[in-house]
Design a protein around this ligand. Structure first.
Ligand SMILES: Nc1nc2c(ncn2[C@@H]2O[C@H](COP(=O)(O)OP(=O)(O)O)[C@@H](O)[C@H]2O)c(=O)[nH]1
Ligand SMILES: [Mg+2]
Length: 672
């Protein structure tokens, strides 16, 4: 018997049918009277305006329900790789995950990162091969493709019964019962078709062998050729799922509501409860009230809602959590919220108006701690943004702050070199959804551009330059005179200033002004970009007892730079990043071409540590070639590939790309 409500996260690839499956599960559990469909755009999941507009899930949708007297919360998670932060967060608090899979072997590889995340975290999960109404090929092929993507052994629990090309039902390999699908209702039990009995026997043996790998009693029985008791098999399965040693695989169709009741029963039987999950996560439940926020919404009329799981205690309105007063408690079914008076262990609850709580916070009455929360996904795509209307500028960063509260895989950054506001995220659609939200919810029209590249420039030749700033206009004149030497430095040296004046040719008090004059100039060199890696030495100069001043020497130094620098063979420097591209090995050679095709340099590749049949390719790539890297990478790797990068060094850039950058810069400076 489970203690308290349990929580299942529904995750999997984009368009595998997760939202439809949740709808079918809610229907089977009696939580909704009529099952919505994708076509009618009326499912419990995908109820937010942005999800509706794009016909896709963009964030977690929670739905409370009761199946056979057990309370549950289902969390429908987006499957798109661009919205991968929310599923990760949901999996952080769920007792179990249902990984919804397409019945298409070619889509299995893109599940590898998710399955790896589950296995690394030891998160109990089962696979549901959905859309079995469309499975034309062999289930075995789908299974081997999925097995290749999973670290843990998969154990097929069902065998499909076919009538012609269609799957009309299944045999449960543990209970050895056969069922035929009944549209819109619970499947009907039938006799195991005779022509299948040998296959069923084989498949059942395979399942038991997988279980026996983790249980000596079972292994002994199999070796003695005695049939294990069904109750033993069930017990075994439950343990194996709870410890994520192996993964059961079920089949069915959410849209046709077939296999859904069976899935529910598997969850009911095999899913750990809140106490077990808290133990797995090492959460101290000895204290009064313990809860964890795993999602923040700002879109509801009610203001901020922190979606949290209660790990221990009983939370009531007016209680304190993490030092904040609980403004109200809500049970959620999609977009609709019902006020509840209290929430006990296991409950997923919407906490209203907890201004100081953030996603990831593990809270007790007085403490907040997010140290155990996993790192957010690294950004892979960016756009420069600006408010279309001047008066919205201040509002804009505040509104983006709200979006980041909801999805921490958005990062906002002010680039000091290009003076742009840059929004980073997980892909084109992820960022477009952010801009949609800004418009819909905060009424801010936002314009977007490809982010500018923070080019720099330096010089290749050294020269000596003399400059004099002299003005005679009424009363006081101005007089400053300097001899400087400008010379290039090795990459990464930055700027150095040296003073070699002896004997007071330029009085000491004016030396800092000379340096100021030089640094002022460095913000835009002859090509228009910030100057780096040069050495400027003040060798000599002259002064005037009355007319010299800080200002005059500063002007003289700037003038010397302005006249000298163009003669030093200026050259453009572009930022080059170290990139690490992760892909299934089948695509590694395409990644090599991708890098070289974008003026990159391959440094090497190796198997990705801890991953089956994945490689990491390491290389250098100019930042200016990386803007849409993720798009090409995903398209060549069936969505599976991803990359990380760090700035590495500046490299000289000449030729067509350099000319284009310089003329764009001149144009921008002219316009400013
Ligand atoms: N044939 C078939 N199509 C399905 C099934 N479940 C979902 N779909 C379709 O798959 C598409 C994606 O469904 P959706 O539930 O939004 O997938 P999600 O992205 O995983 O949430 C829609 O066009 C559904 O109609 C199913 O069991 N069989
Ligand atoms: Mg969905």
């Amino acid at each position: 018997m489970a203690h308290g409500p349990r929580c299942a996260a529904i995750v999997g690839t984009y368009l595998s049918g997760k939202t439809s499956l949740m709808e079918a599960m809610l229907h089977a559990a009696g939580a909704i009277k009529r099952r919505g469909t994708v076509k009618e755009c009326n499912m419990v999941g995908d109820g937010s305006p942005v999800a509706k507009a794009r016909s896709m899930s963009t964030e977690i949708t929670a739905a409370d329900c009761t199946f056979m007297d057990d309370p549950w919360t289902l969390l429908d998670c987006p499957g798109s790789l661009e919205f991968a932060q929310d599923p990760r967060n949901a999996l952080q608090v769920a007792d179990i995950a249902v990984v919804v899979c397409d019945p298409d072997p070619s889509k299995a590889a893109s599940l590898a990162p998710l399955l790896k995340f589950l296995d690394d975290g030891g998160i109990p999960h089962m696979l549901f091969i959905n859309k079995d109404d469309t499975l034309a090929g062999d289930l075995g092929e789908v299974m081997s493709a999925l097995q290749a993507a999973s670290q843990r052994p998969l154990a097929l629990r069902h065998m499909a019964i076919r009538e012609g090309d269609v799957i009309s039902g299944y045999v449960d390999l543990v209970s050895e019962r056969a069922y035929t699908y009944v549209p819109g209702a619970i499947s009907k039990q039938i006799d195991v078709p005779e022509n299948l009995s040998d296959d069923v026997e084989l498949a059942r043996e395979e399942l038991l062998e997988t279980l026996a790998d983790f249980n000596d009693d079972m292994l002994e029985k199999l070796l003695e050729e005695t049939t294990p008791e069904k109750s033993d098999i069930y017990e075994n399965l439950r343990n194996i799922v709870a410890t994520d040693q192996a993964v059961p695989v079920l089949i069915g169709s959410g849209e046709n509501e077939s296999g859904v009741f069976r899935l529910w029963k598997a969850l009911r039987h095999d899913s750990p409860d809140v106490a077990k999950t808290a133990e797995r996560l090492g959460i101290d439940t000895g204290q009064a009230n313990v809860a964890q926020v795993f999602k923040t919404y700002n879109s509801f009329q009610a203001g901020k809602i922190s979606l949290a799981r209660i790990w221990a205690g009983e939370v009531k309105e007016g209680d304190t959590l993490g030092g904040d007063r609980v403004g109200g408690l809500y049970s959620l079914v999609g977009q609709s919220q019902t006020k509840i008076s209290k929430a006990g262990p296991g409950t997923i609850v919407g906490l209203a108006r907890m201004e100081h709580l953030h996603t990831g916070d593990l809270v007790t009455p007085d403490n907040r701690d997010n140290t155990s929360w996993p790192e957010t996904l690294p950004p892979v795509y960016s756009v420069a943004i600006h408010a279309e209307k001047r008066e919205d500028e201040v509002k804009l960063s505040g509104a983006i702050g709200k979006l980041i509260e909801e999805d921490a895989s958005y990062i906002l950054d002010h680039n000091p070199d290009t003076h742009e506001m840059v929004l980073h995220g997980q892909g084109e659609i992820h960022l477009a959804a952010a801009l949609d939200n800004l418009k819909d919810r905060y009424k801010i029209e936002v314009g977007r551009d490809t982010p500018k590249i923070p080019f720099k420039e330096t010089i290749k030749k050294h020269i000596d330059q003399h400059a004099r700033h002299k003005k005679q206009s009424g009363g006081h004149g101005q007089f400053g005179d300097v001899h400087i030497e400008i010379r290039p430095l090795p990459r990464g040296s930055g700027f150095q200033f040296e003073n070699k004046i002896v004997g007071g040719a330029v009085p000491k008090q004016y030396i800092p002004s000379v340096e100021h004059g030089v640094t002022d100039y460095l913000t835009a060199g002859p090509l228009g970009f910030p100057v780096v890696d040069i050495h400027v030495c003040l060798n000599d100069g002259q002064f005037h007892a009355v007319d010299s001043s800080d200002m005059a020497f500063k002007m003289a130094a700037s003038l010397a730079m302005r006249e000298g620098m163009p003669k030093c063979s200026p050259v453009l420097l572009e930022p080059v990043c170290k990139v690490y591209i992760d892909v299934p090995s089948a695509h590694t050679s395409k990644v090599n071409t991708l890098i070289t095709g974008r003026r990159g340099q391959i440094l090497g590749f190796d198997t990705k540590e801890g991953w089956k049949a994945w490689d990491t390719v390491e290389g250098y790539m100019p930042q200016s070639e990386m803007h849409d890297l993720i798009i090409e990478l995903r398209s060549l790797s069936q969505g599976a590939g991803t990359y990380r990068y760090t700035f590495d060094h500046l490299a000289e850039l000449v030729g067509r790309e350099a000319d284009a950058a310089i003329s764009a810069r001149k144009e921008a400076m002219g316009a400013a």
